[in-house]
Design a protein. Structure first.
Length: 197
């Protein structure tokens, strides 16, 4: 009997080969040692995709900022305690394979567009207001441990058992962008604002 092939992070791996890897490397690989004092934006281009591998994407630059959102809408839409989103300009999100399907989802203040894989239905990224910015779900990255939040937002609805590290800014609702974003991201934001006028 031939070993079953499994799809994982956009490539095929042999199940028999995975059995040879020590369990501690599978549960906590070396790259999971995250230095909280490091800059959260990696210098390499991030890639990711859906669970079945039909849709693949690449970020062609660092994200503008990374949020961990605890709002009730994000909790409801993800079925989780929070979502980690990488905010990036739409034209810096490059599709490598497949075509995600847009789904309009109701939220407390109107509608949100979520792009999902048409096959496995994994949510890859969203658009809240401006069509010029996408909110990429960090969990769909090939290596989600390569990023960490710059800020926790909407903590007023944070679940009580979630602990936020003291080293990361947290806000009951939102914050003043100019006070938190790095200068490079603020410059990119000004370009986006200029395109709107």
């Amino acid at each position: 009997m031939r070993p079953r092939q499994v799809r994982f992070a956009g490539e095929r791996r042999n199940v028999e080969r995975l059995r040879e890897v020590p369990i501690d490397e599978i549960l906590c690989p070396p790259q999971m040692n995250v230095d909280r004092d490091r800059v959260t934006h990696p210098s390499q281009r991030l890639e990711g995709g859906c669970a079945c591998g039909a849709v693949r994407y690449r970020l062609t630059s660092d994200p503008l900022v990374i949020h961990c959102c605890h709002c009730l809408n994000c909790q409801r839409q993800t079925g989780s305690a929070f979502v980690i989103n990488l905010l990036i300009e739409t034209d810096r999100l490059e599709l490598l394979a497949g075509e995600p399907q847009r789904v309009d989802v109701p939220r407390d203040s109107g509608e949100q567009n979520i792009w999902r894989c048409p096959s496995c239905q994994i949510a890859l990224y969203s658009q809240y207001t401006s069509p010029k910015v996408r909110f990429v779900r960090a969990g769909t990255l090939d290596d989600p441990s390569s990023v960490s939040p710059d800020a926790h937002i909407f903590t007023r609805s944070k679940l009580p058992w979630v602990t936020i590290p003291d080293s990361v800014p947290a806000f009951e609702v939102y914050y003043e962008t100019e006070k938190l974003w790095p200068p490079e991201s603020l410059a990119r934001l000004e370009v986006l604002r200029g395109q709107s006028s």
